[in-house]
Structures are given as structure tokens and as C-alpha cells.
Design a protein around this ligand. Structure first.
Ligand SMILES: *Cc1c(COP(=O)(O)O)cnc(C)c1O
Length: 420
């Protein structure tokens, strides 16, 4: 399995060129991951990855994924606008939305995006806002628990997404009346899993359901959309997902389900976010405070506003101290941000090498659901994003927020502190 970690020299050089904190992304790693995925599914003629924009909604990243052949998976008007601004159009875009205002359907239809309907009640709003297309995708929620062998991989019975099996049949018959000829099926039943059986099991469920719906409705099954969910190893010793085995597993399911049927050329689509970019991003920060009370705390110039996962989910993100990784990891610390929230901690009781104010500290695997989940609590301004290009140069791809950005939505003048 490849190791995507950058050398400490790269972090040091980046921190010399840009003030911390910032997210640093590695172009080469992202491209390699996109190529490996494409290769793993090369057996399927129509295969395409639609990058889940919410994971890393930055134009430079979306464009380079586009260069690798990816489309974009959007879930809001702003994400649609962003994808369009980056040059994606027509069936380059998947609109996998739920609970959205109907005008967003009109925008998706204007762009020619593939619409992935979350609910049977969305048919009427789509009819009125942009119209029913010839090819449409439906999101399936099988309910109960999604099990693979003895393992419970998810609890769709508790998830707000998708339609029941009976609703799929009903929705397709209504849509057929509206002129739909081809359909796709989508489901997202497990999150952040490196289990090689997840996609094959999900694919089998969607292939079988699609096959049965073809028999029921006479419509053509154009594609199945396996959505996101393939995970990355956040812990240093965790195995990575074996994407080649996963691709082969989906191929086996494809052949098992469609052999002996008249169904041909069903394309496989994915909407991976985390798998594509998470390991190729790092939050680069400096230690700004050391505090020794009942515990030892290392305070950073970054906060949960730049990376929320540890605060929100207690998620593990690996942390290294640049230039000190060869030293014994014998100091137990909490690594914190500056929010007035006690959960603003990047790590709790983490063993790190002895570190001090001024040390450069790198938080790993921030390339997905990092800055994009950021927020402005305590009036904190989100940090910048830097791309480590394949040619070794750094490029600022998103500037840090300024006070003026924060004040832009308020009736207060940022520069003078005066009410407008
Ligand atoms: C979040 C999301 C994805 C991507 O999920 P990852 O876990 O990042 O792979 C894909 N499709 C939909 C509809 C999503 O909401």
C-alpha cells in the first residue's frame, strides 16, 4: 500500500512560505488515488467517479480531479454553482440532494446534471422545477440493518435518506408516465469503511434491485451509483482499503447478477469524497502555548473552526511534531485550539515527543471534511489552503478569511467597527 505522507522538509518549506495555520494538499497523491480508483474499475465501460464536493470544495482540487476524469457530486445550489464555475456541465454533475428547496432542481436541470431523487414526493417538485429528464437516479433505503456476513455495516432503518423498496417501484412507474426511459439506483449504507466487502455487497443489492425493477417496469437500468463510504486509515497502523480487491468484488457481483439476463452495459458510478482526498491533506500549525495544570496542554494557532472532526465526533487524527518524530513519544498531552469550548481538542491524552512553543505540528488526513466543515464560532476566521504541486512548488488555492468576510453579512463596518 502506498504511503502518502510528505517529508518534514515539505512541511517546513510550506510553513516558511505561508503563515500558519493552513491546510496543505498534495497534488500527486490526489492524482494517484484518482488513477488507482479508475484502474480498479476499468473492467466497467461506463465507470465514473463523481467526487463528493462537500469533502473538499476548492476549485483547484475540483479541476485537477476533473483532469483525472472525475465528475462532481453536488448536494446544494452553491455546490452546483461551484462545479459549473470549474467547468463541469451536463452528466459531469450528479445532484444527490435531500430536503432541498425545489428551485435547486431547476438549477440542476439547467446544468444538465443527473438528478438523484431522494424521495418519491420530490417527483412533483422536479416536474414543476426543470422537468423530468429521460434518465434519472433514485436513492434506495432498504431499511433495517445492512449486514455483510455477521458484520453490521450500517443502520439504514435509522437514516433519513432514500426510498423504500415499494416506493422505488411506484416512483419508477410514475416517472415512466413522465417519459423517463433509463434509471440509475443509488444507496449509501456505510460510512468510512475500509472493509473490502462493503462495495461488493452494496453493488449486489443494487444490481439485484435494478434487475427486478427492469422486469417490473420495462425501463432500462443505465447505472448503479455506489455513492461514497470507502474509508481511509486515520490510525497509523490501520490497513488502507484495497481498492483493487473492491473493484474485483464489484465485478464478481456484476457478473453473478447479470449473467443469463438480457441486461447489458450497466455503468458503475461512485461518489467518493473521503477516500479521494482525506489522506492527501494536512493541517499545518504552530504550537503557540504550553500550559501545565492538572494535565499538560499544547495550544495551537488552529482551532476546531479549521478542523471539526475531533471536536464533533471524537475522531482520531494523527499528529506529528516536525523534526522530532525520531524522539521517544513519552509526553502525554492534550492538543487544543483557542475556542471557548472544552471539546476544541485535536487530541486527548496523546503521546507525543517532547514539544514546545514554536514547534511546527502537523495534523494528518485533513484533506476531506476538514476546512469544508469549518465554522466561525467565537468569531474565528477559517484558515487558508495551499497546494503542494507536482512540480514541488506551493500555490495558495484559498486565502484565509478576513474580518471583512465575517462582517460582510452584518450591518457593521469591519474597518471602523461602526454600525452601518
Ligand atoms: C457525503 C456523501 C458522499 C461522500 O461520502 P464519503 O464518505 O466522503 O465518501 C457521497 N454521496 C453522498 C450523497 C454524500 O452525502
Amino acid at each position: 500500500m502506498p504511503n502518502f505522507t510528505l517529508d518534514d522538509q515539505v512541511f517546513t518549506a510550506a510553513a516558511a512560505a505561508f503563515t500558519t495555520p493552513f491546510h496543505l494538499y498534495d497534488e500527486r497523491g490526489i492524482r494517484q488515488t484518482a488513477r488507482r480508483l479508475k484502474n480498479a474499475f476499468a473492467w466497467n465501460k461506463g465507470f465514473r467517479e463523481y467526487f463528493a464536493v462537500k469533502a473538499l470544495p476548492t476549485p483547484a482540487i475540483l479541476r485537477l480531479l476533473g483532469e483525472e476524469g472525475c465528475g462532481m457530486d453536488c448536494a446544494s445550489a452553491t455546490e452546483l454553482t461551484l462545479a459549473a464555475a470549474c467547468g463541469f456541465a451536463g452528466d459531469d454533475i450528479m445532484f444527490s440532494a435531500n430536503d432541498v428547496p425545489p428551485e435547486e432542481f431547476a438549477q440542476a436541470r439547467e446544468l444538465g446534471a443527473i438528478v438523484n431523487l431522494d424521495d418519491i414526493t420530490h417527483i412533483a417538485p422536479l416536474r414543476q422545477h426543470g422537468g423530468i429528464p429521460q434518465t434519472i437516479c433514485l436513492r434506495f433505503n432498504p431499511g433495517g440493518q445492512f449486514r455483510v456476513g455477521n458484520a453490521i455495516m450500517g443502520d439504514p432503518g435509522d437514516a433519513k435518506y432514500g426510498m423504500t423498496r415499494a416506493q422505488l417501484s411506484e416512483a419508477l412507474m410514475i416517472l415512466k408516465g413522465d417519459g423517463v426511459q433509463n434509471f440509475g439506483l443509488h444507496a449509501f449504507l456505510s460510512s468510512n469503511t475500509t472493509d473490502p466487502n462493503y462495495y461488493p455487497a452494496l453493488a449486489k443489492l443494487l444490481f439485484e434491485t435494478g434487475r427486478d425493477l427492469v422486469a417490473e417496469t420495462g425501463l432500462t437500468l443505465a447505472f448503479v451509483n455506489l455513492s461514497g463510504g470507502i474509508g481511509v486509515p486515520y490510525l497509523p497502523d490501520e490497513p488502507a482499503a484495497d481498492i483493487e480487491a473492491i473493484g474485483e468484488g464489484v465485478r464478481a457481483a456484476y457478473e453473478a447478477v447479470f449473467a443469463g439476463t438480457a441486461i447489458r452495459d450497466v455503468a458503475v458510478k461512485t461518489e467518493l469524497g473521503r477516500y479521494m482526498t482525506a489522506p492527501h491533506g494536512w493541517l499545518v500549525t504552530h504550537i503557540t502555548h504550553e500550559k501545565n495544570i492538572h494535565k499538560r496542554y499544547l495550544g495551537l494557532d488552529a482551532s476546531a473552526c479549521d478542523l471539526m472532526r475531533p471536536a464533533m465526533y471524537g475522531a482520531y487524527h494523527h499528529i506529528t511534531v516536525v523534526g522530532k518524530e525520531h524522539l521517544p513519544h513519552d509526553e502525554k498531552v492534550d492538543v487544543t485550539g483557542s475556542l471557548c469550548e472544552n471539546n476544541d481538542k485535536f487530541a486527548v491524552d496523546r503521546l507525543l515527543p517532547r514539544a514546545q512553543v514554536g514547534d511546527l505540528l502537523v495534523i494528518h488526513d485533513t484533506g476531506a471534511h476538514g476546512l469544508s466543515m469549518g465554522y466561525n464560532y467565537n468569531g474565528k476566521l477559517k484558515c487558508k489552503e495551499v497546494l503542494h504541486q507536482e512540480d514541488g512548488n506551493f500555490r495558495l488555492i484559498r486565502r484565509a478569511e478576513t474580518a471583512a468576510d465575517y462582517f460582510a453579512t452584518l450591518d457593521v463596518d469591519a474597518a471602523w467597527g461602526k454600525l452601518r
